[in-house]
Design a protein around this ligand. Structure first.
Ligand SMILES: [Zn+2]
Length: 267
């Protein structure tokens, strides 16, 4: 396929007139690490890995050379250059902030890259951990919360805390509660990964909506697990009915601060 055709020429012009390409969800700290990841996996192959095995790879990748700060800076700089050449003007990327050797080092490197390009490229950073939280290891939360204060948004992977898979972790719903509270406290948007198994029975989106609803009603019920919505038509009605007044109004209860979560249909 050639990109020099009249269609692509016009497409590029139209995109540029509208301010350029916005890439809204990236994991740029993993860019350019496929070779090292495949070497860690061996013959098994990426596409056959279970979710838990994929989660288990992260500490090994963090321990490898690719997360050395100089190597990270080179990798990410290369891909940022490519994105700029393609007409991207804004990119929102998650950055691992974890209680292993990575700590805040990757985020600090990204803050440098953001500063260097600030006149021509809007790079927004979200503190993220794909390694879960454990009450027995409070430093996991502490380093993440510190990263959240440095970044532009926060991001979470609640299934990595699901106690069905990881009994020592804080739980799916508790991960969401902590993220929503921190997002609200800092006034920063949140990216929450949900329903990633391509399984039609998954209802993580509905659980998160339920938690947002409960937070919007004052937060007293956030200490309980949210009820599961019904299936079928009733499920749709339940989803609509659970959008409470405080969220529609865009205000957190008892606060003058704008509430950062809204239903897409009402945004
Ligand atoms: Zn993601």
């Amino acid at each position: 396929m050639t990109h020099g055709t009249p269609f692509f020429i016009q497409l590029r012009r139209e995109i540029a007139q509208r301010g350029g390409i916005f890439n809204a969800h990236l994991h740029l700290d993993r860019s350019g690490t496929l070779e090292e990841t495949q070497a860690l996996i061996g013959d098994e192959g990426m596409s056959h890995l279970s979710l838990t095995k994929k989660h288990g790879l992260i500490p090994l990748i963090h321990a490898s050379d690719v997360y050395d700060v100089s190597s990270l800076g080179r990798r990410v700089g290369y891909f940022l250059d490519l994105m700029e050449q393609a007409g991207t003007t804004r990119a929102d990327t998650l950055v691992d902030v974890t209680a292993d050797r990575v700590g805040l080092t990757a985020l600090q490197k990204f803050l440098e890259l953001k500063h260097e390009r600030r006149d021509r490229f809007d790079l927004r950073l979200g503190a993220y951990t794909p390694m879960g939280f454990m009450d027995a290891e409070p430093e996991r939360w502490e380093v993440f919360a510190e990263g959240a204060r440095l970044g532009d948004f926060i991001a979470s992977l609640p299934e990595r805390d699901d106690q069905a898979l990881y009994p020592d972790c804080i739980g799916f719903a508790e991960n969401c509660r902590r993220m929503l509270r921190l997002s609200h406290e800092l006034g920063k948007p949140a990216h929450i990964h949900v329903d990633q198994k391509n399984d039609p029975a998954e209802d993580h989106t509905e659980i998160v909506i339920g938690l947002i609803d409960e937070l919007g009603r004052g937060g007293s019920r956030l200490d309980q697990d949210p009820p599961r919505p019904r299936r079928g038509r009733g499920r749709q009605r339940a989803r609509t009915a659970r959008l409470s007044e405080p969220i529609r109004s865009g205000k957190a209860p008892g606060s003058d601060q704008s509430y950062p979560y809204r239903s897409k249909s009402r945004a």
